[in-house]
Design a protein around this ligand. Structure first.
Ligand SMILES: Cc1cc2nc3c(=O)[nH]c(=O)nc-3n(C[C@H](O)[C@H](O)[C@H](O)COP(=O)(O)OP(=O)(O)OC[C@H]3O[C@@H](n4cnc5c(N)ncnc54)[C@H](O)[C@@H]3O)c2cc1C
Length: 350
């Protein structure tokens, strides 16, 4: 699938970047990354989501109403972000402040020290950082909500990448990330070859609105690969706050070589009596104590025919999110009970 980079400039001169698939509207693409911009009807009719596209091309499809987007405004680059999909990288000016959509919130730039980097499977690394004070002299706590992410800078470069915390905020300021290696990825190459314990790195954040909603419903967490990270953070947050609602985690990989985090998940299960783990391998060997098949199928089997409609937290690659949405539709789980974050390429340079 083709993704385009969307550079957003707000009225207060704050800015942010996100990647949006050519198949999604800008509003939907932003939502998949935990950003909620202003919109109304979602059908290109009300005009609430009108923004100024100062660079790049979009397609409005057939839904946009000319009543709210007259030809002279189109000619100047105005678009309806609820129905416009990117056809190239875009630069967009929003007629409101970043704080109005919660995107500059508490986010700050800071520094951290690399504490450890270890390979968890053939494709996944664990990267641990210690957040430091501004002068990088002493450790300092950092606040974030389970499910949020940070932008991490590759040392001595202008490249930034988004990664979700797997840990919860604590008084020490330690941060844990679980990172999937991408072929020819800049951050991936840094983890493979360039990382050094004790090295300083710059970070921005926290960002994101993919966080736990208060609820007394059963919760289902469906993870694809390192999409596990924010979901584990949420579960750890539940454990820390004695939130004892029934929770199910569905997580699977292809085979034992690519599976990761089993010991940590088993430990979490011991600490959370109301957490049930559902671990899957598509191609298990005889040592495997979990289940065979896919996590998404496991999610369906757990709830079909029970009448239980859980809140569902989904994180991972695009295909897995779509498959889980399909199961949610089959089970009759309303859209308001589905919370998603899609892991797409997050590259940004400055
Ligand atoms: C809000 C958010 C949170 C994220 N949290 C995590 C996390 O906790 N753990 C994690 O592993 N990833 C996470 N990601 C995805 C991660 O930011 C990207 O995969 C990142 O671009 C990888 O950086 P890289 O420098 O290694 O590869 P890049 O240099 O960015 O990319 C190298 C190549 O791989 C492709 N590519 C990169 N990432 C992906 C992807 N996710 N899917 C498909 N193709 C890709 C690129 O298109 C490019 O061709 C998150 C993404 C977002 C938007």
């Amino acid at each position: 699938m083709k993704y385009h980079k969307i550079h957003c400039i707000f009225d207060d001169d704050n800015s942010l970047d996100f990647n949006c698939s050519a198949e999604d509207s800008l509003i939907t693409g932003a939502e998949k990354q935990g950003l909620s911009f202003v919109f109304g009807c979602r059908q290109g009719v009300c005009g609430t989501c009108k923004v100024h596209c100062v660079e790049g091309d979009v397609s409005h499809g057939e839904q946009a109403s000319l009543d709210v987007l007259p030809e002279e405004e189109r000619a100047k680059g105005y678009i309806l972000s609820c129905v416009a999909s990117p056809r190239s990288d875009l630069v967009i000016k929003f007629p409101y402040d970043a704080v109005d959509v919660g995107v500059d919130g508490e986010a700050e730039s800071g520094v951290a020290t690399v504490v450890a980097c270890e390979q968890l499977s053939t494709t996944v690394f664990r990267y641990r950082l210690q957040h430091m004070d501004k002068e990088a002299r002493k450790p300092e706590p950092i606040e974030f909500i389970p499910g949020q992410y940070m932008e991490l800078n590759i040392p001595e470069s202008d490249y930034w990448r988004a990664f979700s915390m797997a840990s919860v905020a604590d008084e020490k300021g330690e941060l844990e990330f679980i990172i999937r290696l991408q072929e020819e990825g800049k951050f991936s190459n840094y983890l493979r070859d360039g990382v050094k314990v004790g090295q300083q790195i710059k970070l921005n954040g926290p960002y994101g609105q993919f966080t736990l909603e208060p609820s007394d419903r059963v919760r289902a967490f469906v993870a694809g690969s390192t999409g596990l990270a924010p979901l584990v953070s949420m579960l750890r947050g539940m454990a820390k706050t004695d939130d004892n609602e029934e929770a199910h985690l569905f997580f699977g990989m292809g085979d034992q070589e690519t599976f990761f985090y089993e010991a940590e998940l088993r430990q979490l299960e011991k600490e959370m009596p109301n957490l049930k783990l559902h671990l899957f391998l598509m191609r298990p060997n005889e040592e495997w104590s979990g289940e065979k098949g896919s996590a998404v199928d496991g999610f369906r089997k757990q709830f079909e025919g029970t009448g239980i409609l859980p809140d569902v937290y989904i994180c991972g690659p695009d295909g897995m999110i779509r498959a889980t949405e399909q199961v949610c539709a089959e089970l009759g789980i309303p859209a308001e009970q589905q919370f998603k974050e899609i892991f797409v390429p997050s590259g940004r340079t400055e």
